[in-house]
Design a protein around this ligand. Structure first.
Ligand code: URA
Length: 434
């Protein structure tokens, strides 16, 4: 086989065989196929698209390109959850202890934040001492002992995707549906869970700005999951404004803890219940959504989800006292209210701009190696549809220097649109794709 022929075949619009895709992934992972030929193939795929068979073959080859997590030593049906990323998306922090408290073993690999979206690992590191640097043995032992463990993605998990995603990033070939779906699913399949619940976000803070694109991505990923023999469900949820009120690592941890104490924001609770129900159904812990929701509400009401979070933090070296005393989480020196210039309804909050406010304050990463400040961020006081009076607080900025606080304030005021008319309400859950 020659890479030249594979590129030409795809360029001319023909379907690549499983063997040709495997040849490309093997050779590219080993460094035998150069970046310029891989880029040419990515561009040919970008224009010619891939069939369902090709997409599955690419996903499986990438999933098999490195180490695969073997979770067979963990009893029970393992159900993973993945979000395509958003602003204020602290779902894993509350949802994983909730489902673990309902008996679903949680063995999760999570990532760090980049750009305007945050990452679960950064957020968890707000607990003093917390680490995700576990060996696979410790990871599995923790799940068997307390029902939950989260670790960082190992360097050898789907290495073909890692290399290819970095290449797509600099060759304008990221935004092809089959390539995105196979990239995400290759990592999920390699991470070993029996069931996968995908939270596909749409709106101004999401990767997929348009709902029809989010739906197409969700359908593509569900098809891959099913074809790979994993139970896969996708929930399409709104990311046209931040989820909950808090944006910023430590601030989001506090909001997740408040949620487990029964005081969560309405939209965030709704999302946790929707995703959690799908996880319980996939894991055989409920027979219908009603029963699943009751179980999830039950573990909040009886305190067992909060206790599970404390056990999990403790097992990974963190200070679990912070679960009960959130004043032990990182806090910023400056707490500054952003006041509305006029009265009216908040008709839109440009969501990725709010993520950028947090980034400006130091809460996000501009490059992979940037240091982040876990204490800073922004807490919304008004969400879309709320009425605000002139001079009333729209949000509260948590900062460690005044110059960045003022910059974030200016940006937030531009991102928060106030009009005389109330906007039409938008549902949080847009669809569930089975
Ligand atoms: N996230 C991924 O992991 N891969 C993509 O291609 C796009 C988003």
């Amino acid at each position: 086989m020659r890479m030249y022929d594979i590129i030409m075949k795809k360029r001319n619009g023909a379907e690549l065989s499983k063997e040709e895709i495997q040849f490309f992934i093997d050779g590219y992972t080993k460094g035998e196929i150069p970046d310029y030929q891989a880029s040419a193939l990515m561009m040919a795929i970008y224009f010619q698209k891939m069939t369902e068979r090709e997409t599955l073959a690419l996903t499986m080859s990438m999933a098999d390109s490195g180490e695969k997590l073997d979770l067979s030593a963990i009893q029970g049906i393992k159900v993973d959850k993945h979000s395509t990323g958003g602003v204020g998306d602290k779902t894993s922090l509350a949802l994983t202890p909730m489902v673990a408290a309902c008996g679903i073993p949680v063995a999760k690999m999570s990532g760090r934040g980049l750009g305007h979206t945050g990452g679960t690992i950064d957020k968890l590191e707000s607990f003093p001492g917390f680490t995700t640097a576990l060996t696979t043995e410790q990871f599995i032992a923790n799940v068997n002992r307390i029902g939950i463990a989260i670790m960082g993605q190992t360097a050898d998990l789907a290495p073909a995707d890692k290399k290819l995603y970095a290449l797509r990033d600099v060759t304008a070939t990221v935004d092809n549906l089959s390539l995105i779906a196979s990239s995400i699913m290759s990592k999920k399949l390699a991470a070993g869970a029996d069931g996968i619940v995908l939270d596909v976000k749409t709106g101004s803070g999401a990767f997929m700005k348009q709902e029809q694109d989010a739906r197409a991505l969700a359908e593509e990923m569900v098809k891959i999951g099913k074809n790979a023999g994993r139970k896969t469900i996708a929930v399409i949820s709104d990311m046209d404004q931040p989820l909950g009120y808090a944006v910023g690592n430590g601030l989001e941890v506090k909001e997740a803890i408040d949620t487990l104490k029964g005081n969560g924001p309405k939209d965030f609770v709704e999302l946790c219940l929707a995703l959690g129900s799908q996880m319980l159904l996939a894991g055989g812990k409920a027979v219908n959504s009603k029963e699943a929701e009751e179980k999830l509400k039950g573990v909040i009401e009886d305190g067992s989800a909060l206790k599970k979070l404390a056990e999990f933090v403790e097992a990974q070296g963190g200070d679990s006292k912070a679960v009960y005393h959130t004043e032990l989480l990182p806090s910023a020196r400056i707490v500054h209210s952003v006041k509305a210039a006029k009265s009216g309804f908040v008709s839109h909050i440009v969501c990725d701009e709010v993520g950028i406010c947090s980034l400006i304050l130091g809460g996000g990463r501009e490059t992979k190696d940037s240091m982040i400040d876990l204490a800073v961020g922004i807490v919304l006081c008004k969400k879309t549809g709320d009425y605000v009076r002139a001079g009333e607080a729209l949000a509260v900025i948590h900062a460690n220097d005044m110059e960045h606080a003022m910059e974030a304030q200016e940006r937030y005021l531009r991102a928060c649109i106030i009009t005389d008319q109330a906007p039409a309400p938008v549902p949080l859950i847009k669809a569930v794709i089975q």
